[in-house]
Design a protein around this ligand. Structure first.
Ligand SMILES: [Zn+2]
Ligand SMILES: [Zn+2]
Length: 107
């Protein structure tokens, strides 16, 4: 906590802050990225937790999976809604969703 208070780094903002920017000018985390912007800040830890909890077992086919899938798609990042998924099922799943979007999923 040896940081000195000083004016916000934004141009012409006189607000004193102990950080680089004042509350109003703080950069929004992940503001520039698209898909990842919806993941929580502690995602890497959460991800590791889920993978270890379920022993790197794909929740769809039971083989080795080192990715994390949202069981119910959306912004629910609770561990109850997360499970490991293997590359194959992950691809199939996103391919499935993409196929429906394109209206030609069925062979
Ligand atoms: Zn400011
Ligand atoms: Zn799988």
């Amino acid at each position: 906590m040896g940081r000195k208070w000083g004016p916000c780094a934004a141009v012409r903002c006189p607000t004193l802050t102990s950080d680089t920017y004042c509350e109003a000018h703080k950069p929004v985390p992940y503001a520039t990225s698209t898909r990842r912007s919806r993941l929580p800040v502690d995602w890497p830890r959460l991800r590791q937790f889920v993978l270890r909890r379920d022993h790197f077992t794909c929740h769809l086919c039971g083989s080795y999976g080192n990715r994390v899938d949202h069981i119910v798609a959306g912004d629910n990042h609770h561990p109850d809604n997360l499970a490991p998924i293997c590359l194959v099922c992950d691809r199939r799943k996103s391919g499935h969703e993409g196929g429906i979007a394109q209206g030609r999923y069925r062979p």
